[in-house]
Design a protein around this ligand. Structure first.
Ligand code: XIL
Length: 316
């Protein structure tokens, strides 16, 4: 039985995966991706990001994002938006723009409103309205948005997204907030402030890019401290990487790690679903981002299921 079917039976909305446009020419890969009992939800790994959707100011291109949207729709899979405002994968005109406060606020509003508006009614969660606002020490990323507007771009983005789609859940998505520490605390403070100000914020995305044997011991406790603020949450980008080469021991620990994460989601009605950041090592972002690491996904390079797959099954 498929992972999404198991997630549904456990009361979750979905089990899903990220995918990317260039991968869609791989027929055996797509055969697994298209199975809506395996994956009930899809996230575009790149093609809804700012550089892909507004490469020049005011010029919007949704062709690549629409390919992912059409695939999900055709398969009866949910879609998560990814993402609205982030300091990476920005076109130069934004990243190195010299804007006044008012100019950049209206650029953010226009981008988020147009992006979310294009997919109105088709996006389950407009995930990552703001992705990664913080540094690990809990200070704000000093990107063009923060440097120009302080934190004003955050409510601007959230309000514009809500105006464009009244029903999409709005999330802030982060990594290294899966354990207690200054970054998790900073995001909790931000959520508290947004709620006090009446700004729409529905959920937190825990990216969950983990390392084998290092799933945070306080995962459940930490989820609870976010739930206490009155938000739902999702595990949005799960993978569990290792220093290569893979060994039986590492793969066995990885199986346990996947199971632990699924169990932590099942501990909360507020955990709506789990998304893995692509399902096969063949297309994982990990080797490109972390030298000498990899093998982070539940399917191997040859699209064969690993022990990690069974860990997810056992977890549900
Ligand atoms: C990654 C993609 O998977 C890569 O293809 C791309 O080169 C870089 O971005 N956190 C996120 C995702 O929120 O958007 C990132 O995706 C992985 C880390």
């Amino acid at each position: 039985s498929g992972l999404h079917a198991l997630a549904k039976a456990a009361g979750k909305l979905y089990f899903g995966t990220a995918t990317d446009n260039p991968e869609l020419t791989d027929t055996p890969y797509v055969a697994i991706l298209d199975d809506n009992m395996m994956f009930g939800q899809i996230t575009a790994a790149n093609s809804m990001k700012w550089d892909a959707t507004e490469p020049e100011q005011g010029v919007f291109t949704f062709d690549q994002g629409d390919v992912i949207r059409n695939l999900a729709q055709g398969n009866g899979q949910l879609l998560r938006g990814h993402n609205c405002v982030w300091h990476e994968q920005l076109p130069d005109w934004v990243a190195f723009g010299n804007f006044t406060f008012d100019e950049l606020i209206s650029i953010v509003e226009n981008h988020c409103g147009t992006l979310v508006g294009h997919y109105t009614g088709q996006i389950l969660d407009a995930d990552k309205i703001r992705a990664e606002p913080f540094n690990d020490d809990g200070t704000f990323q000093e990107d063009v948005f923060f440097n120009t507007t302080g934190t004003a771009y955050i409510p601007a983005a959230l309000n514009a997204a809500r105006a464009a789609d009244a029903n999409a859940k709005l999330y802030i998505n982060e990594f290294n907030i899966e354990f207690a520490g200054p970054k998790a605390t900073a995001l909790q403070n931000l959520i508290t402030q947004l709620k006090a100000d009446g700004v729409p914020i529905d959920g937190v995305g825990f990216q969950s890019h983990f390392i084998v044997g290092e799933v945070p011991g306080d995962l459940v406790q930490n989820f609870q401290s976010f739930v206490d603020l009155g938000v739902e949450f999702a595990i949005t980008e799960l993978d569990v990487r290792m220093t290569l080469p893979e060994t039986d021991e590492l793969l066995a620990q990885q199986k346990q790690d996947y199971e632990t994460v699924i169990n932590a989601c099942l501990a909360f009605t507020e955990c709506v679903g789990v998304t893995i950041w692509d399902f096969t090592d063949k297309f994982s972002w990990v080797p490109g981002a972390f030298p000498s690491q990899g093998a982070a996904c539940p399917w191997d390079d040859n699209l064969v299921r690993k022990p990690a797959f069974d860990g997810i099954v056992t977890g549900f």
